[in-house]
Design a protein around this ligand. Sequence first.
Ligand SMILES: Nc1nc2c(c(=O)[nH]1)N[C@H]1C(S)=C(S)[C@@H](COP(=O)(O)O)O[C@H]1N2
Ligand SMILES: [Mo]
Length: 314
Amino acid sequence: MLIKRKRGWELPESAATPEAVVLGRRKGLALGAGAIAALASDGAQAQSALPDLPAMRNPRYPGVRALTPERDATTFNNYYEFGTDKGISRVAQRMPLSPWTLKVEGMVAQPMEFDVDDLRRRLPLEERVYRLRCVEAWGMTVPWTGFPLSALLALVQPQPAAKYVVFETARLPAVMPGLRQSWYPWPYTEGCTIEEARNELSFMAVGLYGKHVPQQNGGPIRVLFPWKYGFKSGKSFSRIILTDQRPVSFWERIQGQEYGFWANVNPEVPHPRWSQATERLLGSNERVPTQLFNGYGEFVAGLYTALSQERLWT
Ligand SMILES: Nc1nc2c(c(=O)[nH]1)N[C@H]1C(S)=C(S)[C@@H](COP(=O)(O)O)O[C@H]1N2
Ligand SMILES: [Mo]
């Protein structure tokens, strides 16, 4: 799984200026010729190289660690709709990213149905370098382009009684072979409280490395909660629902003892089957210490001070 590669990419994050802005060009999705041939023989419509999506980087969220090589971040994925192993990036190319409809409904003053291509033009985009910590004890640091989740919520105006935001991944059986594993509780559903959703870190991503988010990373639109274990950051949404009922999410339904609702990163609270003290950095063999709230405590610790009764960490 690990590919040893040259270290030349390992610029400090501060030195990695958003290329899209500086160079004004992008090469498109790094699909191998083999993958493209496989698509053609599948009769699937090959995505042409993903378009550029330049945006200025917001310096308020320094990545701290070196950027993960794009190739590693886009070829080592968790996306069970396409299969349970990490190598689903090729098969995922069959999912068309446009047109794509995202409904936002439930307890809102203004339920809306967005065409994601429109939504992307409608809201100001920024780039943020975020760390993502998978509950399986690996991590990555990558530049996402998008807008705060709060900006999307402002368009639909949640009712005061709305307490939770639920994120539902699209169910596309024609292109998602994983859906045939009918014992999983599809669609992949995740959720957070409205306070968490309104936290400045909660981010809707439509871009990754200055291009549109590729299928395997949750294109065309996903959410990121960088202080929580990665499974909370659902992918490829077709529906977002505001509700007063706490949702039971995909992993919670499968194994609630191991994967709870809150799932905030904490190195001192081991997973029932392994330690969470350290993490492997994708694209290298380096292990580094894991940080409380994945290092984002200054932004989010205050969300949890009144919730000490809750199982906040797993
Ligand atoms: N719909 C959906 N979203 C998902 C998953 C999934 O299987 N299906 N896996 C989650 C997990 S466990 C992680 S660690 C991250 C991985 O995101 P990445 O592939 O962009 O690194 O996506 C999360 N979102
Ligand atoms: Mo994960």
